[in-house]
Design a protein around this ligand. Sequence first.
Ligand code: F6P
Length: 405
Amino acid sequence: MARPRKLYIAMVGLPAMGKSTIAAKIKENLEKDDIKVGIFNNGDVRRRMIPGNTSHPGFYDPSNAQAVALRERIAAVNFAEAKAFLSADGDIAILDATNVSRKRRETLREQLPNHPVLFVECINDDPELLALSVARKTRLPEFADLSEAEAKASFVTRIGYYRHIYEPPHEVRDLVRLDTLNNRILAEHVSGDVPYYGRIRDLLMSDWIKNLFLVRHAESEYNVKDRVGGNASLTEKGRRQAWALSRHFIGTPLPYIFTSTLTRTLEMAEPLLETRKGTTIHHAFPEFDEIAVGACEGMSYAEIERDMPDLFAARARNKYNFVYPGGEGYATMAGRVYRGIKKAIYLSGNSEHIMIIGHQAVNRMILSDFLFRRAEDVPYIFIPQDKYFHIVSTQTKKLFELRKY
Ligand code: F6P
């Protein structure tokens, strides 16, 4: 069968909008079908051509003529390399750069006239995510000689320069605009002759969770008393379980571990973090905090049944929609938990493995995002404390496995 025509994909977007993750997602997935994909990243060419010294924001100042000329040269080298790749045996060349000015896109079009160009504009207007992504970027080796605050300021100034010259790509023929936090297509006009587009479009909307380990904290002081709410610590047994979890994952890189802000999940992560210093980034998200039980804070289920029989019965009748007075219910916590998942996936980029350490109700909600369970059944999903869920959710594979540690 004849191979489809070749394609350039040009990313468009401010720094830290998720462009490189999208590029990697397209490459990794299409290469499974022997489609040869190359990523041509302006940053890589820059670091190759001028080692050191380009992390200072002045290099991105549009009024700095010398730096502008240098960046044009970097882009030209990148275009030439992408073109050579397609002229040889490459199928898709992805130009991973900001490409935010109309002039830059016109130059791209002029220098790469031989195949269609699909522009993929990446948008993420979430200020919290932007701040977290900037913090992640400042860990790059190019910022090594700056303090964390200086590196952040430098990167934010860089983004500001790009924002200043940003012209939305209305003029291009083939464009898909993507909300990279929610995998949602915001706008699209793509002609019928863009090869591979059906496959790429589905990819842009699909989850890309290579390996998520979803863990519940081990036994807590409140668990043994059957109490809800509170901020209890792990028991001795729970601490031993935390070490068992850490031992179980020896040899598995975990670049990101996400927990709630509550003591029992932080303690659960401790042995993992202690044995992985410098290789694992930990985020404690309030989105993963356990269901707030309001008026029932600190009570056992038996006490709730005895002292608040109407409330107890109402919850039993409709557990999913029940809301604790002054607290939450499964239905009302859905939004924040799903946001936590999006944040975790976005921040961990194309990591092979990530871990979320949550709670009983929170983990039920996380699972329901992947499992399409009926709402009324979600509050009863079995969430053990000596096992974890291994979840894979990509365009080509879905896996849910409950494994012992
Ligand atoms: O009992 C542990 C716990 O995590 C509580 O903190 C929480 O209120 C409860 O589980 C949620 O489970 P359920 O909705 O079944 O009461």
